[in-house]
Write a protein that binds this ligand. Structure first.
Ligand SMILES: Cc1cc2nc3c(=O)[nH]c(=O)nc-3n(C[C@H](O)[C@H](O)[C@H](O)COP(=O)(O)O)c2cc1C
Length: 190
């Protein structure tokens, strides 16, 4: 069984975390979920979903204060960690090894153990400090994956946009997922 660590932080786009949880449950993976306090605030602002629903989708639930949890150690083996959505605050902590909460610590451990770390960083516009932080993270081995829609799939609903990004995340984690992959154009059009 795939063990996935999922963290939700207080950036806009809580729907990405929720959708990932729902899909991981359908795929039968064991989900270890950490939710930051600002994520709960943003969740209330952006959705009608409550924390109890989110907790019900996870196999194990932690708060960022649970610094002694299994996820804080590299000896806990898992198949990848995703932060969706990921704030600049959390991305910056990870980039500089500031591991004073379970989200940043679990991400730091994921990097040091050379496991997959996927960050759905959401902020716009980005200043030079943000960009250099993301470059640093990429050089440390993280996958920087801002949730930017692909319009070539001709999305009709927000759900289409969210589903496509979530499928790309699951694909990166190694799950067999069906989604609209770019198959090239029939002819050269320029
Ligand atoms: C409604 C709302 C939306 C926010 N959106 C973003 C965002 O898109 N990106 C971001 O980096 N921070 C955003 N923030 C600010 C973060 O929540 C804040 O920096 C917080 O301290 C992050 O803590 P965390 O990384 O522990 O979740 C938002 C805050 C609120 C209340």
């Amino acid at each position: 069984m795939e063990k996935i660590v999922l963290a939700m932080t207080g950036a806009s786009g809580q729907v990405y975390g929720i959708r990932l949880l729902e899909e991981l449950k359908k795929l039968g993976s064991e989900v270890h979920l950490i939710v930051s306090k600002p994520a709960i605030l943003t969740l209330k602002t952006e959705t009608d979903v409550d924390l109890d629903y989110i907790k019900s989708l996870a196999d194990h639930f932690y708060t960022p204060k649970d610094i002694g949890a299994r996820l804080a150690s590299g000896s806990f083996r898992h198949n990848g960690m995703v932060i969706a959505p990921c704030t600049i605050n959390t991305a910056s902590s990870i980039a500089y090894g500031i591991a004073d909460n379970l989200i940043a610590r679990a991400a730091d451990v994921t990097l040091k153990e050379k496991r997959k770390l996927i960050l759905l960083v959401r902020e716009t516009p980005l200043h030079e400090g943000h960009l250099s932080t993301l470059l640093r993270l990429s050089r440390l081995g993280a996958i920087i994956m801002p949730p930017v829609p692909a319009f070539y799939i001709r999305p009709r609903t927000i759900d289409d946009i969210v589903a496509h990004t979530v499928s790309r995340v699951l694909d990166l984690l190694g799950f067999e997922v069906e989604f609209s992959r770019w198959d090239g154009l029939d002819s050269i059009q320029i």
